[in-house]
Design a protein around this ligand. Structure first.
Ligand SMILES: Cc1cc2nc3c(=O)[nH]c(=O)nc-3n(C[C@H](O)[C@H](O)[C@H](O)COP(=O)(O)OP(=O)(O)OC[C@H]3O[C@@H](n4cnc5c(N)ncnc54)[C@H](O)[C@@H]3O)c2cc1C
Length: 369
C-alpha cells in the first residue's frame, strides 16, 4: 500500500495554502492533496466576497483576530511575490444615522484592541471620499483590500505541485482507520476505490469537515449550521471607489449587506444571512426586497432595476441564528487524542484572508515541539 507523510482532504483556499506551506517547510515529505470535485476551490472558496479583511470585528485574542492579522500581511506579500492581482482599496464603515455614530466608537475600540488602525471621518470628509454615500460619519480602514481569489488558488496549487505535492481531483475521502504508522485511508475515484496510508491526515473539507471527521473518529465533532449569503450584482458603473459597509447589528452572522468591488470595478452587494437545512446554492430571488431596504440607507440613489441576483455562498458556522459567532476551531491530538489528525472546523470569514496563517497553525500542530 502506498504511504504518504501527509494527506490533506479538500482543495479549497485553506487546503491549498496548507499544501503550499507544508511542502515548503518539509521539502522531502510525500504529500497528497485530494479533492472531491473536478476543480479546486469550487465550493466556499469561489463563493465569497474576495475581500482581504483588516481584522476589525473579531474578539480580542481570538484565533480569527490573530490569524486574520497575520494572514493579511502574508497574503499581501504573497500577492506581490507571485503577481496575484490585488488592490489595497480601503473600506468605509458608515453610520447613515446620527444615532449610530456611537457604534462606530465601539468598532473603533475593538479594532484598536486587535492592533488594527482605523481613521474617523466626519460627514464632510465622507462626502469628499464617497459622494454617493449617505454617511453622517465613518471609519476608514486603509488595510482592507480585494484579491483575485481564483488566481490566488491557482498560484498556491502551482507552487505546491512544483514543491512535489501530488494533487488528486475527483477523489472523494471515504474513511480512515488509525494504525501504528498513522492512518489507513480509503478514497473513491472515477476508477473505483483506492487504499493508501498516511502519517498525518489534515481535514480541510470546509462545509463537509464534520462529515469527514466522523469517518475517522467520533470524538469532539461540532454541530454545523449552514448559513447562506446571497450576492446581487449592480449592473451599472460603480458609484463607489472603496468598499462600503454598514454598521453590523449585534449578533448577526454577517457584516451587514455591504458593497464590494471586484478587480474589474464591478460592484456587488451582499452577502445576507439565511440559515438553511441542506446545501443549496440556487438562491432566493425574493431576497431582493430585503437587499433594497438594507442598501438604501447608505446608498439612497440605488436603482433597484440594476440589482441582479448573482450567486450564493454558504458559511460553515459553528453557531446558530442569534448566537455570537464562534471562533475558528483547529483541533489536534491535544483535543481529540488521535495522534496525526488535524481537523479544521468553522473556517468561515476571514478564512480567505487568514489562509496562510491557518496553514502555519496546522504546521505547528504537526511539528514535534
Ligand atoms: C458568503 C461568504 C463570504 C465570504 N467572504 C470572505 C471574504 O471576503 N474574505 C475572507 O477572508 N473570507 C471570506 N469568506 C470565507 C472564505 O471564503 C472561507 O473561509 C474559505 O473559502 C474556506 O476555505 P476552505 O478551503 O476551508 O473550504 P472550501 O472552499 O469549502 O474547500 C473545502 C474543499 O473540500 C472538498 N471536500 C469536501 N469533502 C471532501 C471529501 N470527502 N473528499 C475530498 N474533498 C472533499 C470540497 O469539495 C471543497 O473543495 C466568505 C465565506 C462566505 C460563505
Amino acid at each position: 500500500m502506498e504511504h504518504f507523510d501527509h494527506c490533506i482532504i479538500g482543495a479549497g483556499i485553506v487546503g491549498l495554502a496548507i499544501a503550499f506551506k507544508i511542502s515548503q517547510k518539509f521539502p522531502e515529505a510525500k504529500i497528497l492533496l485530494i479533492e472531491s470535485n473536478s476543480q479546486f476551490g469550487s465550493e466556499t472558496s469561489s463563493r465569497n466576497s474576495e475581500v482581504i479583511h483588516a481584522g476589525i470585528y473579531y474578539p480580542e485574542n481570538s484565533l480569527k483576530a490573530e490569524l486574520c492579522l497575520n494572514g493579511r500581511e502574508q497574503l499581501y506579500q504573497f500577492c506581490e511575490d507571485y503577481s496575484v492581482p490585488y488592490k489595497r482599496i480601503g473600506k468605509l464603515i458608515v453610520a447613515s444615522d446620527v444615532n449610530d455614530i456611537a457604534k462606530l466608537e465601539t468598532i473603533h475600540g475593538n479594532a484598536a484592541k486587535n492592533n488594527v488602525s482605523l481613521k474617523f471621518l466626519n460627514e464632510k470628509e465622507c462626502l469628499k471620499l464617497e459622494p454617493n454615500v449617505n454617511a453622517k460619519a465613518a471609519l476608514f480602514s486603509e488595510n482592507t483590500g480585494i484579491i483575485d481569489s481564483h488566481q490566488y488558488m491557482a498560484t498556491l496549487l502551482q507552487l505546491a505541485e512544483q514543491q512535489g505535492v501530488l494533487y488528486s481531483p475527483n477523489t472523494h475521502f471515504m474513511d480512515a482507520n488509525k494504525t501504528d504508522k498513522g492512518f489507513d485511508i480509503r478514497v473513491k475515484t472515477g476508477e473505483g476505490h483506492y487504499d493508501f496510508s498516511s502519517q498525518y491526515v489534515i481535514n480541510s473539507a470546509g462545509l463537509h469537515a464534520a462529515e469527514v471527521a466522523a469517518k475517522i473518529s467520533n470524538s469532539l465533532i461540532p454541530h454545523y449550521h449552514l448559513c447562506r449569503g446571497h450576492y446581487f450584482s449592480y449592473q451599472q458603473k460603480s458609484p463607489f471607489s472603496h468598499l462600503i459597509y454598514p454598521i453590523p447589528n449585534a449578533n448577526t452572522a454577517g457584516l451587514g449587506i455591504h458593497a464590494t468591488l471586484d478587480l474589474a470595478g464591478q460592484v456587488r452587494f451582499g452577502p445576507d444571512v439565511e440559515f438553511i437545512e441542506i446545501l443549496d446554492y440556487s438562491g432566493n430571488e425574493e431576497r431582493k426586497q430585503h437587499f433594497i431596504r438594507a442598501i438604501q440607507p447608505y446608498f439612497p440613489t440605488l436603482n433597484p432595476d440594476k440589482l441582479v441576483f448573482n450567486y450564493c455562498g454558504i458559511r460553515p458556522k459553528l453557531t446558530g441564528p442569534n448566537e455570537a459567532a464562534a471562533d475558528f476551531l483547529i483541533q489536534t491530538s491535544t483535543q481529540h487524542n488521535l495522534e496525526g489528525l488535524i481537523n479544521l472546523f468553522g473556517i468561515e470569514s476571514p478564512g480567505l484572508t487568514a489562509s496562510l496563517a491557518i496553514a502555519d497553525r496546522v504546521i505547528k500542530g504537526i511539528t514535534p515541539s
